[in-house]
Ligand binder design. Structure first.
Ligand SMILES: NC(=O)c1ccc[n+]([C@@H]2O[C@H](COP(=O)([O-])OP(=O)(O)OC[C@H]3O[C@@H](n4cnc5c(N)ncnc54)[C@H](O)[C@@H]3O)[C@@H](O)[C@H]2O)c1
Length: 328
């Protein structure tokens, strides 16, 4: 199989590349390195089945030639992370919506019908407090803080575009609403919580909890996510499939901080940071974000193998190794 991955030098995309190379597939990654990095693709950059192009997906001259090569396309490229979303609200909209539109238009014009999986996000459920978030729920977009919700709006627009291309041009599409995904290669630079906590615990610094710490999240290991994404993409349909991809175990951010400290055997304390201080502006956080995984489990055979504790232990080990081998 030929697999094209936009944003494939990023966190999830690089694990997708690794999975497909291990299956003997040919993989082409396009990435502009805006949040991804060469280090993420370094383990397989010399693999003859791997090809990399550094380019902005919305401005990539080879897009129309490359798309017909692919049997499957994962569209992972997007402006992500709370810090970038708040700092660059226009870029969030243009990159995320234009990039998706241009990709789907190229698929349509190519006349070939690869399986297309688009990465959406649990953010689109908005500030709901339901026990579990289901794919058929109404979505909430608050009107009073446009930059805050631009990421969710851009992902919703991507979903609408994807379903429309699928329906009107008979392209087999699927949409993965990804919940908090964690694991190796994720950076804490743009606001992701677990890489930040692990780095702070390993360095003996205070763990910085934003808000009151009672907001609850569900985490899934990226090595489980990519297997599930592969299985979801294999079921792409011209009717379009929307599916939550995540784990339904829920934990408060305060308990997560305690868990990281305990697993690291660290002396770190926990420091509460108000949102205005953390983000430099008021911020509406989502109190709960836990997926209803019934649709996912009806579609895919894979069940998450990584517990949160095992993922945290793995990240602590890697962070200690990086710290101890860093040049003085
Ligand atoms: N990690 C999560 O918990 C999570 C949750 C929900 C949704 N998602 C979605 O999953 C996808 C991958 O996220 P990730 O966590 O791996 O983030 P990431 O930042 O590591 O990956 C995104 C990649 O896209 C690249 N990129 C951005 N704009 C680009 C452009 N215009 N052209 C080419 N490349 C571009 C970046 O350099 C990066 O490598 C994103 O679409 C994101 O919205 C992730």
């Amino acid at each position: 199989m030929h697999v094209l991955i936009t944003g494939g030098a990023g966190f999830i995309g690089s694990h997708l590349a690794e999975l497909h190379l291990a299956q003997g597939h040919k993989v082409h990654v396009v990435d502009d390195f805006s949040t991804g990095s060469p280090a993420n693709i370094e383990p397989f950059v010399h693999n003859p089945d791997f090809r990399f192009t550094e380019a902005d997906i919305a401005n990539w001259p080879e897009l129309s030639q490359t798309v017909p090569w692919a049997d499957r396309i994962y569209h992972m490229a997007a402006v992500v992370g709370v810090f970038r979303v708040l700092d660059e609200p226009i870029r969030v909209m243009t990159t995320n919506v234009q990039g998706c539109d241009m990709l789907l238009a190229a698929v349509h014009k190519g006349g070939w019908k690869p399986q297309v999986l688009i990465a959406s996000s649990s953010e689109i459920y908005g500030p709901r407090v339901d026990d579990k978030l289901s794919e058929d729920m109404d979505l909430i977009i608050q009107p009073d803080a446009p930059p805050r919700w631009n990421y969710a709006i851009s992902k919703l627009a991507d979903e609408a575009l994807t379903l429309s291309y699928g329906h009107i041009h008979d392209i087999p599409v699927s949409i993965a609403r990804l919940f908090n995904t964690v694991g190796p290669r994720q950076t804490g630079r743009y606001g992701m919580v677990i890489p930040r906590f692990v780095r702070q615990a390993v360095n003996g610094e205070p763990l910085t909890v934003f808000g009151d710490g009672q907001q609850r999240r569900s985490f899934v290991d990226v090595r489980d996510t990519v297997v599930m994404l592969d299985q979801v993409a294999g079921k792409a349909s011209t009717e379009g499939i929307i599916v939550n991809v995540g784990h339904d175990r829920e934990i408060s951010i305060m308990d997560l901080a305690r868990l990281v400290i305990e697993r690291a055997g660290s002396d770190s304390v926990i420091e509460i940071i108000p949102y205005e201080v953390a983000y430099g502006q008021p911020y509406v956080d989502i109190r709960r974000r836990r997926p209803d995984t019934r649709r996912l489990h009806s579609m895919v055979s894979h069940r998450p193998q990584w517990t949160l504790e095992a993922t945290i232990d793995d990240l602590i080990r890697a962070a200690r190794q990086a710290r101890d081998t860093a040049p003085a």
